[in-house]
Design a protein around this ligand. Structure first.
Ligand SMILES: Nc1ncnc2c1ncn2[C@@H]1O[C@H](COP(=O)(O)OP(=O)(O)OP(=O)(O)O)[C@@H](O)[C@H]1O
Ligand SMILES: [Mg+2]
Length: 497
């Protein structure tokens, strides 16, 4: 295979009599006689000859790739890169193996596990592009490493996650909410209460009931009773009595007709909530149900969007802050100060009894991440997930964002993800957006995204040696996101392929 025309340090064109595919790896030499790895970006077939444009990936030194700064030597022949070299280049003993090179199916691609998790990642594609399949393969790989994974699952896609290697390792959790564990703002968000005056009354009731040490369903039932009492007072303009947590004493407030309306609305809202969602209210703390060294799936599919957002904010906050407390307490027990030491011992005891999950590093995967970390607005979930994206690395908390609407994801948080697994993306706007939040996806690579088939991905970033096109393995187990076979279902036959 011979080079034709001009060369640069980044590009060259060569001709070949033997077939060459798009995405094929080739080796040329630069003018300093160093071997250079390149990838074929364009192939024209003319008069029984393949005319190929190649992009230089870097110069090969000690089986690693470095930036090439010298032009390619047009005198030297080009040869196909052999499998052994590519296998070595993409191998990582403790790595995560999601699939193989698109153009060399016998070369397996490994991601550096520590970098992949600690520096966070994003998996993006159009709907049906293969994101959930990728997450399932990832879970299988991580379970082999005894990892702790927590999947936020808004559509219940993973609640029946099954694989022979995952047996006994999947922990499906239904949302259980103890309103007494939320703060009053979180409870307002959870109940969908936005108006300022309503939030004030909710806080009065919340602080008053908190004092009574009531939890679970009783908490909300007591709240309904309290609102009922207050409605009756407001109807005749009497005072209501509530606990002021800041002043640590009971106070009174004179009511008006307006208060009557606000309280009646709150009363109705709470009653309606309990009618529809009381199954999710309990005394259990959802965090204490998360198990270390398991794939924990939190199935949010029965909840409304604002309820999901509030609960995810709570989960992210509790996980990050409890992990920080755990690491700090481990240090503090060695201090001389008895007071600090005894607080640390108490914290470690609580964590040992109720929150074992935070004793080890963990990975939080958020499906439909655009719901929780939207581009143009803030909520409790985006605040805490953003914090994990910025600070989680220091505490051993990894974050994986999955989305079919990358453009609707907050760019600051998305750009904090060190590895991007981008499957098929058709919209040029989405491609541009992904380019703008990825350091090493240029225009050329972004163009590849629309030509990808289902399950084919461009993987780039800190966990992989080179941005590469990878065929993700088909998950050989069960998850719930598979395409429904309409014909079979309508005929009354088995519906899932
Ligand atoms: N790597 C792959 N190899 C073969 N088939 C795949 C691969 N990835 C996905 N598929 C198939 O494509 C279909 C859709 O995949 P998947 O559920 O992963 O899409 P998705 O991106 O999660 O979609 P959505 O955004 O709607 O959740 C499934 O039937 C799945 O089996
Ligand atoms: Mg999916």
């Amino acid at each position: 295979m011979k080079i034709i025309g001009d060369t640069t340090p980044n590009n060259f064109t060569f001709i070949s009599e033997v077939p060459v595919e798009f995405g094929e790896y080739v080796i040329a030499k630069n003018v300093d006689n160093e071997e250079v790895l390149a990838i074929v970006k364009d192939v024209i077939y003319r008069e029984k000859t393949y005319i190929c444009n190649a992009k230089v990936l870097g110069v090969i030194k000690d089986k690693k790739i470095y930036i090439n700064r010298k032009p390619i030597n047009p005198e030297e022949d080009v040869k196909l890169c052999d499998n052994n070299f590519l296998t070595l280049l993409f191998f990582n003993k403790d790595g995560i193996n999601l699939g193989s090179l698109l153009t060399r199916r016998n070369v397996r691609v490994f991601l550096d596990t520590n970098k992949f998790i600690s520096r966070h990642f994003a998996i993006l594609s159009i709907t049906g592009g293969g994101k959930s399949n990728t997450v399932s393969v990832l879970c299988k790989e991580l379970a082999r490493k005894n990892a702790t994974v927590i999947i936020i699952d808004p559509h219940g896609e993973y609640s029946n996650l099954y694989h022979i290697e995952l047996q006994g390792k999947v922990n499906s959790i239904l949302p259980s909410i103890n309103p007494a564990f939320f703060n009053s703002d979180e409870l307002a968000e959870f109940l969908g209460i936005k108006e300022k005056e309503s939030k004030i009354y909710l806080k009065y009731a919340y602080d008053t009931i908190k004092l009574e040490k009531i939890t679970g369903l009783d908490f909300l039932e007591r709240m309904i009773d309290l609102f009922y009492e207050w409605i009756q007072a407001a109807e005749v303009g009497w005072e209501i009595k509530y606990y002021n947590i800041n002043k640590r004493k009971f106070e009174v407030r004179k009511t008006t007709e307006k208060d009557f309306v606000i309280l009646s609305t709150l009363y109705n809202l709470l009653n309606e909530f309990l009618e529809n969602y009381s199954i999710y209210i309990s005394e259990k703390d959802i965090i204490s149900q998360i198990k270390p060294n398991h794939i924990n799936v939190i199935d949010l599919s029965g909840l409304e969007v604002h309820q999901m957002i509030s609960l995810v904010g709570y989960i992210a906050k509790e996980l990050l802050s409890k992990r920080i407390i755990y690491l700090k307490s481990l240090k503090d027990i060695n201090l001389k100060c008895e007071k600090i030491k005894s607080i640390a011992i108490k914290n470690l005891e609580i964590i040992e009894n109720k929150y074992k999950v935070v004793k080890k590093p963990f990975l939080l995967i958020v499906e439909e991440a655009h719901i929780f970390i939207p581009r143009n607005s803030e909520n409790n979930a985006s605040f805490w997930l953003g914090k994990i994206a910025r600070e989680g690395r220091k505490f051993g908390v990894g974050l994986g964002l999955i989305s079919q609407r990358p453009k609707q994801l907050n760019p600051d948080v998305l750009s904090q993800t060190g590895t991007k697994i981008v499957l098929r993306i058709v919209e040029p706007e989405d491609q541009k957006y992904i380019m703008s939040v990825s350091e090493d996806i240029g225009e050329e690579l972004a163009k590849d995204l629309s030509s990808l088939d289902i399950g084919e991905a461009l993987i780039s970033g800190i966990a992989i040696n080179l941005p590469s096109l990878v065929k993700i393995d088909k998950f050989d187990g069960i998850y719930g996101g598979k395409d429904i076979d309409f014909i079979k279902e309508w005929r009354g036959l088995e519906g899932w392929r």
